[in-house]
Design a protein around this ligand. Structure first.
Ligand code: ATP
Ligand code: MG
Length: 424
């Protein structure tokens, strides 16, 4: 595209040829949230930078290097949202939704992170988000995971597996943190630069390192499940029992700490072996401290985010999803008089045959050219109008897919005849 305006790297257009899978996924998600009684919320794409720093945490990949942050004309520091939870928590506070009330919310939309673009990792990507505010769990923790399990079944996705962990309370985590720091200090020479920096800021984040060189050290680190307080342990065990009785297979992964600082107790992640390195499709957890930390009244909460592009890719690979629906009728009209009559006919048929796809041969041209376009559209029948048909008050109906005989019918009866033949 030399000389033209370039697209931004890592920000994708979703073209009509691909949109079917997106729409299929979105429709399925809407059905899912309906079934479980979640309500949609829409929050701004831009928030004060401070919100993300305070919620996601300073020592995270997102806040350290991935945010699209800019000063607006008034000099405020704003950031394109890298995730939805912070904005939803902020919205709950600023709209007074809490006050002891509970909310089951969902949203879907674009998120922005300045990452290195590659397959399954983009700078603008989309998340489907679920948040339950005011619920202590562990029942809601289990239900939320069961809900994701149902989504995979509805979509026919099988190559996913579930990992769960518990991060305990801030107090139990602080104890674990001290032990972790002692362990990593003992191996400081082998830590990479990111990990060394996080040793003081948030050593748990080292467990989440994506650097393969860090794997062995991380594997030998003390395990968080050995440091849970009694209530968190009971919460975690109850979650596991609920998952077992719901028939959801899972694996406890004590290294699963998730990328964001605000989690407490339950964390979970669905991964797949079908997408290569970008294997996380849905990640979530409990964030009991976040709302108070943002200045709201203390409110237990849990949520997850699902990567829409990654799920769309799983659908594509699985060959599932909707067939593109071909048009039912295509109006072919030659000449000025027929053109105007054809446009009006198409409108009358759209009134009389609701739900049918009825295309009008825009751009006109001779019959041959129009028939070629009608055929390429995949339409079942062409409705033909020329001067001779206009003079006699009829239309000709030509079967473009089968071998039914072409026939004529009076203009006034067109909708009834067409309704009948379309049902055959
Ligand atoms: P990853 O480990 O892949 O970087 P993450 O831990 O940063 O993921 P979250 O912040 O929990 O992911 O976001 C939830 C989901 O959003 C992920 O499981 C993934 O499916 C999707 N996701 C995250 N970042 C991207 C991205 N840059 N491009 C596409 N999808 C993404
Ligand atoms: Mg990430």
């Amino acid at each position: 595209m030399s000389g033209g305006v370039q697209p931004i790297r890592g920000m994708n257009d979703v073209l009509p040829a691909e949109i079917g899978l997106w729409q299929h996924l979105e429709a399925t998600l809407r059905e899912l949230v309906q079934v479980y009684g979640y309500e949609e919320i829409r929050v701004p794409i831009v928030e004060h930078t401070e919100l993300f720093k305070r919620s996601i945490g300073e020592f995270t990949d997102i806040v350290e290097k991935e945010m699209y942050t800019f000063a607006d004309q008034g000099g405020d520091s704003l950031t394109l949202r890298p995730e939805a939870t912070a904005g939803i928590a902020r919205a709950a506070i600023s709209n007074g939704l809490l006050r002891g009330q509970k909310h089951k919310l969902w949203c879907i939309g674009p998120m922005f992170r300045h990452e290195r673009p590659q397959k399954g990792r983009y700078r603008q990507f989309h998340q489907f988000d679920i948040e339950a505010l005011g619920y202590e769990g562990p029942d809601v923790d289990a239900e939320m995971i069961v809900l994701t399990g149902r989504l995979w079944r509805m979509l026919g996705i099988t190559r996913v597996r579930l990992q769960v962990n518990s991060l305990g309370t801030p107090a139990s985590r602080a104890q674990y943190r001290d032990e972790l720091v002692r362990y990593f200090r003992g191996h400081e020479a082998a830590l990479d630069a990111d990990s060394r920096r996080r040793l003081d800021g948030n050593p748990l984040r080292i467990l989440d390192s994506k650097n393969p060189d860090m794997r062995a050290i991380v594997a030998g680190a003390p395990s968080i499940v050995d440091h849970l307080d009694p209530e968190s342990r009971a919460h975690f065990e109850s979650l596991q029992r609920a998952l077992q009785s719901a028939g959801i297979a899972f694996e406890v992964n004590p290294r699963l700490v998730r990328g964001l600082d605000y989690y407490s107790r339950t964390v979970f992640e669905w991964t797949t072996d079908a997408l290569g390195a970008q294997d996380a499709v849905c990640s979530g957890g409990r964030y009991d401290g976040l709302i108070a930390q943002l200045g709201g009244e203390a409110t237990p909460a849990i949520g997850f985010a699902m990567g829409v592009e990654r799920v769309v890719e799983l659908l594509r690979q699985g060959g599932v999803g909707p067939q593109v629906r071909a048009p039912d009728l295509y109006v072919v009209a030659q000449g000025d008089r027929a053109g105007a009559a054809g446009l009006a006919l198409a409108e009358r048929l759209r009134d009389a045959l609701p739900g049918r796809r009825i295309l009008y041969g825009l751009g006109g041209g001779n019959f041959k050219a129009q028939f070629r376009r009608a055929d390429r559209s995949g339409a079942r029948f062409a409705l033909v109008l020329g001067d001779s048909e206009i003079d006699r008050g009829v239309i000709a109906v030509k079967d473009l897919r089968g071998d039914a005989q072409q026939f004529e019918c009076p203009m006034a009866e067109a909708h009834a005849r067409l309704e009948a033949v379309l049902k055959e």
